[in-house]
Design a protein around this ligand. Structure first.
Ligand code: F6R
Length: 241
């Protein structure tokens, strides 16, 4: 793993944005794997800035998001579809028809998962952006004695529900289920960027990067991938030797 530690969030965001836009520049029809959450917001802002300066075009890019809540409509402002439009898609030239998220409103969620996997099988993700949950989750692959390789419906763990609650008015509104890409699909990406900020993630960063490879810390499986770049701020990296 290639680990970079940054003094400022702006530096981390700019570095991550460059990794992504460099790939799009060298391969205009690149396939991007995208994440939501608080960590990528600054990265997407930087990408939008580069697009506005005319440094990059996304006209031929395709994107796949990691996950979506079950039961939230795309125009619900807590859905990940809404988030992606707000922070990225509405500000760049990627056509709507080339952006994909799991459909958490599908009548048949199992069929939706199979359909998402079919689309992923037809393409290779060139670069997958990931954040890290406090419990070591990537996407919504929660710690467990076993993990799924493909896209699946997941019941979110209490720790994740509590972390997500900050975005909702009441705990009852926090969706309990999500659809997530599986670790198999994540690990098939040609390259992976894991971005993590904050002292509260220092311990899980250490476990994920230097601890045993275990499904109880899903991010530890990234140790098996040959091209992972880890971007940390000082606080998140402070427990690394
Ligand atoms: C979001 C996702 C999650 C987040 C993780 C960290 O699409 O897949 O795994 O990346 O929960 O979230 P933040 O960045 O809000 O700390």
């Amino acid at each position: 793993m290639n680990v970079h530690i940054f003094d400022t969030q702006l530096e981390l965001d700019a570095f991550a944005a460059n990794l992504i836009t460099d790939i799009v520049t060298s391969k205009p029809n690149a396939v991007l794997g995208l994440a939501t959450g608080s960590t990528p917001i600054g990265i997407y802002a930087k990408i939008v800035e580069k697009y506005r300066k005319g440094e990059v075009s996304f006209a031929d890019v395709t994107s796949f998001n990691l996950d979506e809540y079950v039961g939230l409509k795309p125009y619900n402002d807590q859905s990940y579809a809404y988030y992606m439009n707000k922070h990225l898609f509405a500000h760049i030239d990627i056509p709507d028809t080339q952006t994909f998220l799991p459909n958490g409103m599908a009548d048949d969620l199992e069929a939706e998962c199979a359909n998402y996997d079919r689309m992923l099988l037809e393409r290779q993700i060139d670069i997958q952006l990931l954040g890290l949950g406090h419990n070591g989750h990537i996407g919504f692959n929660e710690p467990d004695h076993a993990l799924s390789g493909g896209t699946h419906v997941v019941k979110l763990k209490q720790a994740t529900l509590e972390a997500n609650a900050r975005f909702f008015a009441t705990m009852e509104e926090v969706p309990e289920y999500a659809i997530t890409m599986g670790v198999g699909s994540i690990l098939k990406a040609n390259s992976i960027v894991l971005a993590v900020r904050g002292a509260d993630k220092a311990d899980i960063v250490k476990q994920a990067l230097t601890g045993p490879i275990t499904t109880e810390v899903p991010a530890s499986l990234l140790q098996t991938h040959p091209r992972v770049t880890v971007l940390l701020d000082r606080e998140a990296g402070r427990m690394l030797g």
